[in-house]
Design a protein around this ligand. Structure first.
Ligand SMILES: NC(=O)c1ccc[n+]([C@@H]2O[C@H](COP(=O)([O-])OP(=O)(O)OC[C@H]3O[C@@H](n4cnc5c(N)ncnc54)[C@H](O)[C@@H]3O)[C@@H](O)[C@H]2O)c1
Length: 248
């Protein structure tokens, strides 16, 4: 594929290296900071492109979506921070007959953890001697807690569990109620992101743990998604690609 990279920051650089390692060509890099080949997106940059991968900031999410759809180029968008505009962008893509996939987490490993967490929550509906909890570690510069990934895991557990119905992220100065799912957060060091789901009984402990080493998992997922999107039309979520490729 010939791929235009929009947003040439930490993710854009990693995406370029994954694209090259899989034998794809770079049609160009767009970044207003001057870090890329072009400072703004223009329709002619997509003339010879098969796909565009965007991990940028959300300020031009609509303008970019219009350009991608009009050019008939498959767009993979990992840019976050535009949740409230999802329906608007879906409308743009569908009205113009475009191809667009968005996702707040392109890591296939993280999605495998979501699936495993959901499965674990279902298992303890029949093995009621087990309790379930979630914990996450992130680097000392992270400004929010819990992580979005930890919250997604917790929501998957709540949806599946007959025991747990409320997510609790605070420090507890009391015993936890059986229906509460505790999600803990620890900050320090340079940890890119570690998430653990723990099942515990008086007899044993089971841990399901995802440890991100770097941003490579997100970048690889976006490139595989671009390959999957070739020849398709419509507005997709990353979950559409992941569930088909994992066969779940
Ligand atoms: N969906 C996922 O799996 C996932 C994973 C990691 C990061 N992200 C998101 O991807 C985005 C980029 O992350 P990052 O770590 O590379 O950040 P970064 O700060 O390293 O890079 C962002 C780059 O985008 C550029 N940019 C800003 N506005 C732009 C525009 N309109 N067009 C093109 N480029 C523009 C900036 O100049 C910067 O170079 C963020 O929204 C982040 O939350 C998503």
């Amino acid at each position: 594929m010939n791929v235009l990279i929009v947003g040439y920051g930490r993710m854009g650089h990693m995406i370029e290296s994954i694209l090259r390692s899989r034998g794809h060509n770079i049609a160009g890099r767009v970044d207003p900071s001057g870090a890329g080949d072009y400072e703004s997106l223009r329709p002619d940059l997509l003339k010879d492109a098969d796909a565009v991968i965007e991990f940028a900031l959300p300020s031009s999410i609509r303008e970019n979506a219009e350009i991608y759809a009009d050019a008939g180029v498959a767009a993979i968008v990992g840019t976050t921070g535009w949740d409230a505009r999802r329906d608007e962008i879906k409308g743009v893509i569908e009205d113009r007959g475009g191809t667009y996939m968005w996702g707040s987490n392109f890591s296939i490993g993280a999605h495998m953890l979501f699936i495993l967490a959901e499965k674990a929550a279902g298992l303890i509906n029949s093995a009621i001697q087990y309790d379930i909890m979630v914990n996450e570690y992130h680097h000392k510069l992270k400004k929010d807690s819990p992580s979005g990934t930890a919250l997604t895991i917790a929501e998957k557990i709540i949806n599946k569990s007959e025991l747990k119905s409320e997510i609790v992220t605070d420090r507890l100065d009391r015993a936890i109620e059986p229906h509460e799912l505790h999600v803990g957060s620890v900050r320090g060091g340079a940890i890119p992101g570690t998430h653990t789901v723990t099942l515990d009984s008086t007899a044993d402990t089971i841990e399901i743990k995802h440890t991100a080493r770097n941003r490579e998992g997100f970048a690889l997922g976006s490139v595989l998604a671009a390959e999957w999107l070739q020849g398709k039309k419509g507005f997709f979520r990353v979950e559409d690609f992941i569930s088909e490729s994992l066969g779940v």
